[in-house]
Design a protein around this ligand. Structure first.
Ligand code: AMP
Ligand code: MN
Ligand code: MN
Length: 311
């Protein structure tokens, strides 16, 4: 598969690199890593990313991203997307003659012509690290910084899905000069003022269900408007409930684009991707999400019922 993908992109006139909407560090790191790798191979490619949280501006090379494009692309690569409807810039994907899907979600629907899916892998960025090695593309400091970003964010600072290969890769990256401590701080630890205020609100509203095994909280549109919330400012809210002793499943809902966007996290055996799938979303065993048209109370009650069945 790795060589077939390389052949396809080598024969392309122009390659589009796409990631999921509301991109996280894994999506952004994957797009940047892939763009830089294709440049090293002297291939013609654009990474089209409409918007991303401002903290990622520290990544070397991110200024190469295009926020839109009217170009024609014969090959499109979707990175870190579990299904086709998650892709930002789907029309570019639909217009491409050949499509490639590189991802790590259990729930990936193998929606492209070529599908390289490492189900259950810790980050799409780690899948790409192996892919680039198999292509004999040197992972230099710049590519390394991009890929390490996805590993730090998708494992939430090495808290989820830890496998020895992750540490082997990050160790290699430290050796070539990637400042992992700085990346960790700038991308994961530091809070914007709005983020800090949102966390206070979410903490105050947090409610427990089912013997305090489920934690639920939410942020309203009014909260976001009042605080001038930007993309990325909701990061970390879901962890408030997750990090309370005895909590099995943490749920966070926020209203955006006329719908509730729900995040789910599991500490142990509950597979939250199964619950997200019931509501039309997807994800991983311990981290999943979906969007819903339901009003908040109904959404909360239905979710508590479904999660309760799995406890
Ligand atoms: P989030 O809570 O947004 O950080 O998402 C957690 C995980 O669930 C990520 O791996 C996402 O890719 C996945 N996910 C979130 N929302 C959706 C959705 N609407 N459809 C499919 N997967 C989703
Ligand atoms: Mn992602
Ligand atoms: Mn990911």
């Amino acid at each position: 598969m790795n060589n077939e993908i390389l052949e396809v992109i080598k024969n392309a006139r122009k390659v589009a690199i796409l990631i999921h909407e509301s991109p996280d560090g894994d999506a952004i790191g994957s797009a940047l890593g892939m763009l830089l790798a294709l440049r090293k191979l002297n291939l013609n490619a654009d990474a089209i990313v409409k918007e991303y949280p401002p903290m990622f501006k520290i990544l070397d090379g991110i200024e190469l991203f295009k926020d839109s494009s009217d170009d024609n692309y014969d090959v499109a690569i979707a990175l870190d997307c579990s299904s086709k409807n998650r892709i930002g810039g789907i029309e570019i994907f639909d217009n491409a003659k050949i499509t490639i899907n590189i991802d790590h979600h259990n729930t990936n629907t193998s929606f492209a012509t070529y599908n390289l899916v490492e189900r259950g892998g810790p980050a799409c960025c780690l899948t790409l690290a192996y892919l680039f090695k198999s292509w004999n593309v040197e992972i230099d400091k710049q590519i390394g910084q991009a890929l390490t970003t996805g590993i730090i964010t998708d494992t939430v600072g090495f808290r989820y899905n830890n496998i020895s290969q992750t540490y082997d890769f990050v160790s290699e990256m430290i050796k070539i000069g990637v400042d992992v401590t700085k990346l960790y701080y700038k991308i994961l630890t530091v809070n914007t003022k709005a983020q800090f205020e949102l966390k206070k609100i979410a903490q105050k509203r947090l409610t427990f269900y089912h013997d305090e095994k489920i934690a639920f909280t939410y942020i309203t549109l009014e909260d976001d408007q009042k605080l001038g919330t930007k993309t990325g400012d909701h990061e970390g809210i879901i962890e408030i409930g997750k990090d309370i002793e005895g909590v099995e499943v943490s749920i966070f809902a926020r209203f955006t684009d006329g719908k509730y966007r729900v995040s789910l996290r599991s500490n142990n055996d509950v597979d939250v991707s199964e619950i997200a799938t019931l509501f039309g979303g997807g994800g991983h065993k311990q981290a999943a999400g979906f969007v819903s048209d339901l009003p908040l109370e109904e959404l909360r009650d239905k979710l508590i019922l479904e999660v309760g069945k799995k406890l």
